[in-house]
Design a protein. Structure first.
Length: 253
């Protein structure tokens, strides 16, 4: 058997939330290319359908299923849709997320809670919903952020708190589920990649951050997706409870 066979996902079924743009789209395409059938979840049904169509056109299997991860019942419905269509759930990628940049002295309770509800609570509800169906050998990856580990000159208390919470959630679920249920749980902490979120930064902000990038450029979506494939495939079978930082060195400067 070739070492490259360890990265294959033939016969597996993966759910990706936040799959309508950015990293979510890259994750979905990479999982499909590795052989998995993908169930795409997000709130924007039209965008999801386009991603699913593109994967299908490339010869993959894809199903779009709109979801609001802040609603536990919606998360249960997404898991049940995957089970009804494919009969199994092997991989969950908790990628759905929103970001805000409100000064802490002016951020409202509603603004703070909305970020926590999607980024942190939504990942927990999805893990619960899928974990009830997952068999030994399954894998969950929570998409955290470099901002869980460092700051970046913007007032992002809610976002940073939610992404730091994901790291703690990852460790705890790994402790609870890997030994008892055979479900590995890890996290990825991406740095700066071209997404809708980075498109919203003020002109000049990303240029100001380049001095902190040891690799002096933004990341390519495929670089983060490759890390995901390693974690969810047999190649990552001895890795659980870990946060893999993919940030070009921002967190060490």
């Amino acid at each position: 058997m070739s070492i490259l066979d360890e990265f294959r996902l033939t016969g597996r079924v993966a759910i990706v939330t936040g799959a309508s743009s950015g990293l979510g789209v890259a994750f979905a395409h990479a999982l499909s290319e590795a052989g998995a059938a993908v169930v795409l979840g997000a709130r924007r049904a039209d965008r999801l359908a386009s991603v699913a169509a593109a994967i299908t056109a490339d010869g993959g299997q894809a199903l779009s299923a709109p979801v609001d991860v802040a609603d536990p019942d919606s998360c249960i419905s997404l898991a049940e849709t995957a089970m009804a269509e494919y009969g199994r759930i092997d991989i969950l990628v908790n990628n759905a997320g929103v970001g805000t940049a409100y000064p802490a002295s002016r951020e409202t309770p509603e603004q703070f809670r909305s970020v926590i509800d999607i980024n942190l609570n939504g990942s927990y509800w999805m893990a619960q919903a899928c974990g009830r169906h997952m068999q030994p050998g399954s894998s969950i990856v929570n998409i955290s952020s470099v901002l869980a580990l460092t700051t970046a000159g913007l007032p992002q208390a809610a976002y940073s708190a939610s992404k730091a919470g994901l790291i703690g959630l990852t460790r705890d679920l790994a402790t609870q589920w890997t030994g008892r249920k055979g479900i590995r749980v890890n996290a990825i902490a991406p740095g700066y990649f071209p997404t809708e979120m980075t498109d919203q930064y003020a002109p000049g902000y990303l240029d100001s951050m380049r001095s902190r990038m040891v690799v002096p450029r933004m990341g390519r979506l495929e670089e983060c997706a490759a890390t995901l494939i390693w974690l969810v495939s047999p190649a990552g079978g001895y890795v659980t409870g870990q946060t893999i930082v993919v940030d070009g060195g921002v967190s060490i400067t």
